[in-house]
Design a protein around this ligand. Structure first.
Ligand code: SF4
Ligand code: SF4
Length: 487
């Protein structure tokens, strides 16, 4: 696509970067086919190609209007278009630049400014958010229905492991996740603990910056990124014993943002190198656990008997281009996991989108739920708390983070044989915590484990736990989802 960037932007780093991106677009329109807002609204300007044109016009000197802003606002930043684009157009980065310019030139009404200010400051501050949530729960009955459904009941995270291990990873706890779904981080710590991996959680770390980026506050996102880099940097120093292996993300929305710190701070001489390293160390939980499949099979292989349907967050499948890993891990554990029709489409959560574009978000949610429910599964699993909360407002099916399912399976297995570490007094493990056995389901034998590994393309058989567990029967107690296990 030919461009003639105006004098106003042609000398800035952002203007030049935008020009490079625009030149890659060949205007083919293939991206429109997989754009959720184009599918819903059928308007060229509510698809990626149209939005690219709008941004091009602004960069070439045309004054943006409120209409321009509306079309850019309606974008979910789901990045499905990037996955589809044959020319590798970095649409999300172009949108970020375009939105920033339009924000400054068009502005917002007082009401809009106030709402966006509350979201920016309230959602990105874990303490403030926790206070607001506590109050919200108290006055929930008198709140409008739309707000009520966004306030889930309080849940307990359970016990956080305290053991130290030689292998360590930093875990970003996030800003709203500890308040809305505290079990996710705790479940992650428990599963990693059983794999002899310690989760380190520096208190100074906070919001990843995604909320501010969604609200066109790039400067605020940069402050958040620098704060996290400062919090993590002492732990990634290779000269220290405390060095961590990875920075693990339990929310795909945070993961895509932290993986982009290197790019966000590329022009900051004090932080550019550090940011690059932090991004390189960052991984999604599924990327980390892919290497631990043999141990996981030994720990919980055959334990999960519910049928699961996988909802792939856009921030994972399109933003991070991580696809198939969660499904592969679950399948290796013998879990029946399905995907739904149109799994590439966004559920409508998209950061603050479900609040600021609630009508479109509800339509996308309902379409997604119809597809997920049609799978006939018992439980929806995902890898992004925001998607989970959004989907849960529209279905009675339980919506969990996939690590919570693994954690529950570990708890079920421990209830059967007792925590292995607790058997330190010479007591025969067979006499510990004998449960009421109501199910004939056997834990997997070594040959079954070998078969599961083979199905996953692995050759190593983990014997550590399976030796003790082989032949034991398990109780059919209630699961986290409130269902009894299927026999
Ligand atoms: S698919 Fe890529 S090249 Fe084609 S119009 Fe969309 S962004 Fe441009
Ligand atoms: S990011 Fe998503 S909503 Fe936005 S243009 Fe691309 S496909 Fe459409």
């Amino acid at each position: 696509m030919q461009t003639k960037i105006s004098e106003e932007f042609s000398h800035s780093a952002e203007g030049q970067e935008a020009e490079q991106i625009l030149r890659q677009c060949v205007h083919c329109g293939m991206c429109n086919a997989t754009c959720p807002t184009y599918q819903l609204l059928g308007d060229e300007l509510d698809g990626p190609r149209g939005r690219i044109y709008l941004i091009k016009q602004v960069l070439e000197g045309q004054q943006p209007t409120q209409k321009t802003q509306t079309h850019l606002d309606r974008c979910l930043t789901c990045r499905s278009c990037e996955t589809t684009c044959p020319s590798g157009v970095q649409y999300a980065r172009l949108l970020e630049i375009g939105r920033d310019i339009v924000e400054k030139k068009v502005g917002r009404s007082i009401t809009q400014k106030m709402l966006r200010g509350v979201l920016k400051n309230g959602l990105s501050n874990p303490r403030l958010f926790q206070h607001a949530l506590t109050w919200g729960r108290k006055i929930k009955p008198v709140l409008p229905r739309q707000l009520q459904e966004k306030i889930p009941a309080a849940t307990s995270p359970g016990v956080m492991p305290q053991a130290e291990h030689a292998r360590k990873v930093i875990m970003l706890e996030g800003c709203v996740q500890p308040g809305l779904a505290p079990n996710i981080n705790a479940a992650t710590s428990r599963v990693l603990d059983r794999l002899q991996i310690q989760t380190v959680r520096p208190q100074q770390a906070g919001c990843c910056g995604a909320v501010r980026l969604h609200l066109s506050d790039t400067d605020g996102a940069i402050v958040a990124a620098k704060n996290n880099i400062d919090a993590w940097w002492p732990l990634v120093n290779e000269a220290l014993d405390t060095r961590v292996e990875h920075i693990v993300m339990t929310a795909a929305g945070c993961g895509v943002t932290v993986k982009d710190y290197g790019h966000l701070l590329a022009h900051d001489s004090a932080y550019a190198e550090k940011a690059k390293k932090i991004s390189a160390l960052t991984c999604d939980l599924s990327e980390l656990l892919t290497d631990s499949v043999p141990e996981l099979i030994a720990l919980v292989g055959g334990e999960i008997t519910e049928k699961l349907v996988w909802h792939a967050p856009c921030s994972l499948q399109h933003g991070q281009q991580v696809r198939g890993k969660v499904e592969s891990i679950l399948q290796s554990l013998g879990v029946a996991v399905q995907t739904c029709a149109d799994s590439h489409l966004c559920c409508g959560s998209a950061g603050t989108y479900s609040i600021l574009q609630s009508d479109l978000a509800r339509q996308l949610r309902d379409n997604k739920i119809r597809a997920l429910e049609a799978s006939g599964a018992d439980v929806i699993v995902s890898a992004n708390m925001a998607c989970q909360q959004h989907l849960q407002t529209g279905t009675k099916m339980p919506v969990l983070h996939w690590i919570e399912v693994l954690d529950q399976a570990l708890a079920n297995r421990s209830a059967l044989i007792g925590p292995v570490d607790a058997v330190s007094d010479g007591t025969d493990i067979a006499t510990v915590a004998e449960p009421v056995v109501t199910s004939p389901v056997l834990m997997p034998s070594e040959s079954e484990i070998a078969a599961m590994l083979q199905a996953n393309g692995e050759t190593t058989v983990a014997k550590k736990k399976s030796g003790k567990a082989t032949g034991r029967k398990k109780a059919a107690g209630p699961t986290k989802t409130g269902k009894s296990k299927k026999q």
